[in-house]
Write a protein that binds this ligand. Structure first.
Ligand SMILES: [Zn+2]
Length: 233
């Protein structure tokens, strides 16, 4: 099984998604809109730790919300089955990059913004093909538990897409200059269809090999049974 790369290694969640509503109503949120990850370890006592990409990630945005919010933060797009926007907050510095492969350092964690101690905050949102946020009015402005992102990543890797698209640089940008991700979406959906068809075909063949009689669709099965009865007579 392909190994999952978490933004901070090791991954230790100090505050989960959807907890402590009392702290987040001031931001118009139902509760905590992401996960907080521990960054203080013996080799990084100040909490300044490498923030790693979990998959091919395209730079989307960066900013500084000052002490009131995310502090120094940045966002990347990741195309899995869904198109994802990941926000990494409370950083120290951000590397200059357009696109990075998995397991690449993108930034350093810290304690900037509305934060009581060094940690990484990660928010994950699914985007529509027009790059608007999916399910925006879910109480979290579209944020979902990052576990959903990592589950989808796991599924995606197990599905063999890593092999199928070994070089994603051949695929046009996720979002072009006019902000339209349609082209890459189309390519991806074609590849996903192809993969699905191949998988279904393979499964069908396996079944056929093991038990040819059971693989008939219903009308054929009826015919088969009839033929079997005829032969018994
Ligand atoms: Zn947080």
């Amino acid at each position: 099984m392909a190994k999952l790369i978490y933004p901070i290694s090791p991954l230790y969640i100090t505050q989960g998604f959807g907890v402590n509503p009392q702290n987040y109503s001031q931001f118009g949120l139902k509760a905590h809109n992401g996960i907080d990850v521990r960054t203080k370890y013996t080799d990084t006592p100040d909490g300044v730790r490498n923030i790693l990409s979990s998959f091919k990630s395209r730079f989307y945005k960066q900013g500084n919300e000052g002490s009131g919010g995310y502090g120094i933060y940045f966002e990347v797009l990741v195309q899995l089955k869904s198109l994802w926007k990941l926000t990494y907050a409370h950083c120290k510095s951000i590397n200059n990059f357009v696109e990075v492969n998995a397991d690449t350092m993108m930034a350093l964690s810290d304690n900037t913004g509305n934060s009581t101690g060094s940690h990484l905050h990660l928010t994950t949102k699914r985007l529509n093909t027009d790059s608007s946020v999916k399910d925006y009015s879910n109480g979290y402005f579209g944020a979902v538990d990052p576990q959903q992102f990592f589950d989808e990543l796991k599924e995606f890797k197990e599905g063999g897409d890593d092999e199928m698209i070994t070089d994603q640089t051949k695929i046009p940008q996720i979002i072009d200059d006019s902000g339209n991700p349609m082209e890459v979406q189309a390519i991806r959906s074609q590849l996903l269809d192809l993969r699905k068809n191949n998988k279904e075909l393979k499964e069908e063949n396996e079944k056929l090999k093991q038990n040819p009689g059971q693989n008939f669709t219903k009308p054929k099965a009826v015919l088969y049974n009839k033929l079997a009865q005829e032969e018994e007579k």
